[in-house]
Design a protein around this ligand. Structure first.
Ligand code: ATP
Length: 357
């Protein structure tokens, strides 16, 4: 188990990269640190690995603080995006290397046996005698992960391990990583800025922005129950529609439509909503075409066909809105279309971006 308690990092130039971050990772879980560039993901990883020293707070492995422990004694496997393999060594020698150096080094024959066991697990046995320079990006990354695993680390840290790979290979290797992590049962932290990647492989996602955790949750909860506007916008593709609205005397009004508040279900209101300015968040799949009781009718500006879905683009007041319909719904550019919302799936955010519904 990894516990991060009130972890802070202020760099020498006074930049506050982490502002008192708290989280716990259970043994054997695969957790993604997700967020936009510069939010502090790599800083957290480097602090856990001991490559950076915290300004405040604590990091505990199985209940014991490690902040004063040397990086080499933290029992961590670290994989970077640029593989960092030794070019003059074969794949086998690269994988064996960590076992044959340092205080805990073991005999070559024993190291070879352990290396080969892990190489079977990651399907790189046939590459054993090759040099890294002759391998594809995906193969090099497999070698790097195998090399990190041979020492049987307590924690595996992966910093954007797939970002140098092409789209198809990314899909394949991310599935392999998930399978491997679960097979070995190792606690793993995976850094990415790709929400789809995070949603597809994680047990839990820690979504960060500007050095602050925005939500630490199961993948589906980030999508279905976002804490705030940042989370709602970061997760989901195409991006959620955000419409400025006014709530007054039981009605939600927008320049184009009015919704009685009782169309939203009481149980989803997180607190009493006083009259005022809010933002209605509605995902494209919850903007539905309708043949009766339309909330509004509008002209479609453009249509994109993406796989099995059609994305309808239109403007509401001065905001661009997207609706997703199935490929069977044949709607063309310029058509007048009637819409309604799926109110139970909508979100309402207050002026600070916090979710109230
Ligand atoms: P990316 O996805 O781009 O790698 P990240 O979320 O991993 O981003 P970090 O590398 O953790 O972000 O950096 C967090 C912030 O701290 C950034 O704004 C970065 O510019 C800043 N930062 C990182 N290292 C230093 C340093 N040594 N001195 C000053 N600022 C730094």
């Amino acid at each position: 188990m990894i516990e991060v308690v009130g972890l802070k990092k202020v760099f020498d130039n006074k930049f506050e990269a982490l502002k008192a971050v708290d989280f716990t990772i259970e043994k054997g879980d695969l957790v993604c640190l997700l967020g936009p560039s510069g939010c502090g993901k790599s800083t957290i990883l480097n602090l856990i690995a001991g490559l950076l020293h915290p300004t405040g707070g604590d990091i505990r492995f199985n209940g014991s603080s490690v902040v004063k422990t040397e990086p080499k004694d933290r029992n961590i496997g670290f994989v970077f995006q640029n593989y960092a393999l030794y070019p003059h060594m074969t794949v086998l020698e690269n994988v064996m290397f960590p076992l044959t150096v340092g205080e805990k080094k073991i005999k070559k024959a024993e190291a070879k046996q352990i290396a080969e066991t892990y190489m079977r697990l990651t399907n790189i046995e046939e590459l054993s005698q090759k040099k890294p320079g002759t391998l594809s990006g995906g193969q090099q990354q497999r070698v790097a992960i195998t090399r990190a695993l041979v020492q049987n680390p307590e924690v595996l840290l992966l910093d954007e391990p797939l970002s140098n790979l092409d789209a198809r290979l990314r899909l394949k290797i991310r599935e392999e990583i998930r399978r491997l992590v679960k097979e070995v049962g190792i606690t793993t932290i995976f850094v990415t800025h790709d929400q789809e990647e995070a949603l597809s492989i994680s047990d839990k996602i820690i979504l960060m922005n500007e050095g602050v955790i925005q939500q630490n949750d199961d993948p589906q909860n980030l999508y279905l129950e976002p804490n705030n506007q940042f989370v709602a916008k970061f997760i989901g593709n195409p991006i959620i529609n955000m419409l400025p609205v006014t709530i007054k005397e039981g009605q939600m009004t927008h320049p184009v439509f009015t919704i009685p508040l009782d169309r939203f279900t009481d149980i989803r209101f997180k607190k009493l909503v006083p009259d005022g300015q809010y933002t209605l968040g509605i995902r494209p799949e919850d903007v539905l075409t309708t043949t009766q009781d339309a909330l509004f009718t509008t002209q479609i500006k453009s249509v994109e066909l993406i796989g099995r879905e059609r994305i309808l683009n239109f403007d509401l007041a001065d905001k661009h809105v997207k609706s997703i319909v199935t490929i069977e719904e044949i709607i063309e550019e310029g058509a007048e279309v009637a819409f309604d919302f799926q109110y139970k799936k909508a979100f309402i955010f207050d002026d600070k971006g916090e979710r109230v519904y």
